[in-house]
Design a protein around this ligand. Structure first.
Ligand code: UDP
Length: 326
């Protein structure tokens, strides 16, 4: 039969898109999610176990009962600002969850895992685009929690033969092009959703800093379509399932867009003006973050399909007050 894959955090934004990609590839997603930030109705491609990962016994039971072959670990808090204000929350949830999951996997002899990691583990880059051998010096508790998760995987690999793929996401954006699932964060803090909401008449977009060292003064990020990200997880599972060795890869397009370019794309795609005000810089925002995507291509055969910013914006638009935008 098809392989059963445990998806922690599968009720969340990237996790739910990954479940769809798994199902499309003939794999069976089994979601475990405590629903603290996810949405039960986003779990559409397999069972949902509503439990906290820190309940090691529940995780062990799930691994055994569903004959899980491999794990994709999304469940974590992921707001930089919140992590700075409440670091204990981030270390408790993100490291507690990772610790419990690894304990359960070792006990049940499940030895393959794909981790949601982040470009936030690099901190402020010395050179662009960022390659995987760049120093990892995170500048906030969120990024530190993800870097520690990577270290935990390396230590488990050494201790008991775990094999892992650490996927360092750049800026996940967009939504399922078929409209089955979308992006729903509460509170919403991400640029593309907030710009779409502003274009739909819900408030103004605050541009956090326009005096950065970039051509138009606003920050540059590498926006990667969430459905591309989701597909990369399937490729990473296939790599591990075929006996491949542990790796860490960037997931980005290799192209950067400024905040102003995103605003222009939102106006173009929706046909509406985006009301903006310039606001102070947000703490901990580097000028530019772009991925060197070469290793993901070489090791996993992954390349982003959706590289057009307008397409990413158009796929997100229906979820933020713009029905019928294609
Ligand atoms: N940004 C902004 N206004 C907002 C939200 C974000 O100007 O209301 C900027 C932010 O400073 C960063 C970029 O948009 O340069 C992307 O931010 P987001 O929070 O979407 O993702 P992050 O890069 O923090 O993961």
């Amino acid at each position: 039969g098809a392989r059963n894959i445990l998806v922690t955090g599968g009720a969340g934004y990237i996790g739910s898109h990954a479940c769809k990609a798994l199902a499309r590839a003939g794999l069976n997603p089994v979601v475990i999610d405590n629903l603290s930030r996810g949405h039960a109705d986003a779990v559409k491609w397999g069972p949902l176990i509503a439990a906290d990962l820190r309940n090691t016994d529940r995780v062990r039971d799930t691994l055994r009962h569903h004959r899980i072959a491999a794990v994709i670990h999304f469940a974590a808090f992921a707001y930089v600002g919140e992590s700075t204000a409440q670091p204990e929350l981030y270390y408790d949830n993100n490291l507690g969850g990772m610790t419990s999951l690894l304990t359960a996997m070792r006990a049940e002899a499940v030895d393959q895992i794909v981790l949601s990691s982040s470009c936030a583990t690099y901190g402020i880059p010395e050179t662009l685009p960022i390659t995987e051998i760049a120093p990892q010096r995170p500048i906030n508790p969120y990024g530190r929690s993800k870097l520690i998760c990577e270290w935990m995987l390396q230590d488990a690999a050494t201790a008991w033969g775990l094999r892992f793929a650490a996927l360092r996401y750049f800026n996940a954006a967009g939504a399922d092009p078929e409209g089955e699932i979308g992006e729903r964060h509460d509170p919403e803090t991400h640029l593309i959703p907030l710009a779409l909401m502003a274009a739909a008449g819900q408030g103004q977009l605050h541009v956090f800093g326009d005096d950065y060292d970039t051509p138009d003064g606003t920050c540059i990020r590498d926006y990667i379509h969430v459905s591309d990200l989701a597909r990369a997880h399937v490729l990473a599972l296939n790599h591990l399932g075929a006996g491949g060795d542990s790796l860490a890869v960037n997931l980005g397009t290799g192209r950067g867009h400024s905040v102003r370019e995103v605003i222009d794309a939102v106006a173009r795609v929706t046909g509406r003006a985006v009301p903006v005000v310039t606001a102070p810089r947000r703490a901990g925002d580097p000028d530019s973050l772009t991925a060197d995507p070469t290793r993901a291509d070489n090791r996993l055969g992954f390349r982003a399909d959706y590289t057009a910013l307008d397409q990413i914006v158009a796929d997100a638009a229906p979820w933020f007050g713009h029905p019928g935008i294609e």
